[in-house]
Structures are given as C-alpha cells and as structure tokens.
Design a protein. Structure first.
Length: 144
C-alpha cells in the first residue's frame, strides 16, 4: 500500500496539482481542521475539490477524524507545547479515535493526505501516515 502526503503552502497551484498528477494520486483526503480560510488560496474547501477533479481527475474528501482538536492545535500554535509533545498528544488522540478501524485501507491505497504545512516534518499529516504504517503494516509513505 502506498499513501502520499502533501502540503499546499509555499507552492503554486501548477506545482501542487502537477505533483498530485505525476504521482498518480487516486484520492485527496483533506485532514485540516479549518478548510475555509481565505489564506488557503487555491486549497480553500470548494476550490480544492473543483481543481483536483478538473485538473487531475481526483475526488476529494474531508476526514475530520484525522485532524487535531482546536485546543491541541491552538496550544501548539501558541507555543504552549513543542513539536515532540504535540505529535505525541496527537498520536494518542488518533489512537483513541481508532482511525485504523474507521478507514478503508483499500480506498487509501494511492490516496494523499493533505494539509497546509509545506514540509511534512512538523505536520500532523505525517503523524497520521506513520500511525497507519505502525498499525496496518506495509504502508509506504511518500511525501510529495
């Protein structure tokens, strides 16, 4: 199984959708808590779905169970918790949610987890991908 991850900040629309298309992504799974911000540009809720479908033939879906809580995200953004603590708390949260039992593994093969962070190193999409690899086994995680 191959699971992609991607962020949209610091990327043009052409580069972003080009990476999805070139990789052969089959489904775009939005794992953001807030998808309506004007700062999201082409990745705003309705625009993202239209662009992905029209430019790449990819359907999108929102998976709120794969997003942090407002309180957890707020604490991280405010500097109240550092990255290692945030990642550990988020991993415990998705384990409590039992996301591995809520997701269809076959539908995720070739899918791409989307959030805003340009790089995956300090992003919750990477925590989700690694958690699924740990619980499901044999998941290749590819950061676009």
């Amino acid at each position: 199984m191959r699971l992609f991850t991607i962020g949209f900040t610091q990327s043009s629309a052409a580069h972003f959708f080009g990476r999805l298309k070139e990789a052969g992504v089959t489904r775009l799974i939005d794992v953001r808590l807030n998808r309506r911000s004007q700062l999201a540009g082409f990745a705003k809720e309705g625009d993202l779905a239209w662009f992905a479908r029209e430019l790449c033939g990819i359907e999108t879906e929102h998976a709120l169970a794969l997003a942090p809580t407002p309180a957890l995200l707020g604490a991280y953004r405010a500097g109240e918790v550092d990255w290692p603590e945030y990642a550990a708390r988020f991993k415990r949260l998705i384990a409590r949610r039992r996301i591995e039992t809520q997701l269809d593994r076959a539908r995720l093969d070739g899918a791409c987890l989307l959030c805003s962070e340009a790089l995956p190193h300090h992003c919750h999409r990477r925590v989700v991908a690694e958690y699924l690899r740990e619980t499901w086994g044999k998941v290749e995680v590819v950061d676009l």
